[in-house]
Design a protein around this ligand. Structure first.
Ligand code: DC
Length: 236
């Protein structure tokens, strides 16, 4: 029997730098304890894909903010629970865009989209609705600070930019993408800069978040650490 049945349901907020491994941890925790998993970064990526497809990006890579903000009511994002591949699929207006939102073009434009206050307000409201019944693990940049400041368990994940670029490169090469280490490192560093310096909900550790530097930890060690913290918070 699942021991979460007898314990209170909580909200788990996992924030951190790009490619810090937070999504893998969050997804696995949710699967292990029977919670819903939401990848909030995928939502920002889906909005970015919408902007690209609808000519809302200038040739000099500037987002046409007013047009994108006006289109927000037409952008519907949802998730398909994990399929055979064990991965949750992101839907943009009903279309499965899981693969498309991970490519380099979206990765390079997503941070400028994520600084737009109206985009953040809309996605934050949807994320809060997802968590209204608790029993949720959400990962992102501002989950413990803005989306769920009341979350019972908050984790802030970090690792060096080089370590994160190595992981990301491996992941992208595994998908057959033709990128170099320097390109990936540049993307990681640039996203860190935009994410930590934006005006609305910048990436930062919540005062009551537990910091996890996973640079020298195996995935199994990270999961053990996380499950222990989760059980503590649930009073198990
Ligand atoms: O986690 P990720 O790399 O897929 O996130 C993509 C981008 O979305 C990232 O550069 C910052 C932004 N983001 C955000 O601003 N707030 C969140 N809660 C999640 C992601």
């Amino acid at each position: 029997m699942d021991n979460t049945e007898f314990s209170k349901k909580i909200i788990v907020a996992i924030d951190g730098y790009s490619s810090s491994g937070k999504s893998t941890m969050a997804r696995e925790l949710a699967a292990r304890v029977g919670y819903v998993y939401v990848d909030s970064g995928a939502m920002y990526r889906a909005v970015t894909l919408y902007a690209i497809r609808n000519n809302m990006v200038d040739p000099d890579k500037k987002i046409k903010t007013a047009e994108l903000v006006a289109a927000l009511p037409d952008i519907h994002i949802s998730f398909l629970p994990s399929g055979d591949d064990g991965i949750q699929h992101t839907l943009l207006n009903g279309e499965d865009v899981e693969k498309l939102i991970r490519d380099m073009e979206v990765s390079n434009l997503v941070s400028p989209v994520a600084v737009i206050p109206e985009v953040r307000a809309r996605l934050t409201a949807i994320q809060q609705e997802f968590g209204s019944h608790k029993g949720i693990v959400m990962d992102g940049r501002d989950i413990g600070t803005t989306v769920f400041p009341e979350a019972e368990l908050k984790v802030f994940v970090c690792a060096s930019p080089e370590e994160r670029a190595r992981r990301r490169l491996k992941e992208m090469q595994g998908k057959g993408e033709n990128v170099t280490f320097d390109e990936v490192l540049h993307n990681v560093v640039e996203r860190d800069r935009i994410d930590t310096t934006r005006e609305v909900s910048p990436l930062r550790k919540a005062d009551d978040a537990l910091e996890l530097d996973n640079g020298n930890m195996s995935p199994a060690e990270q999961m053990d650490w996380l499950i222990r913290r989760f059980n503590e918070r649930c009073g198990l």
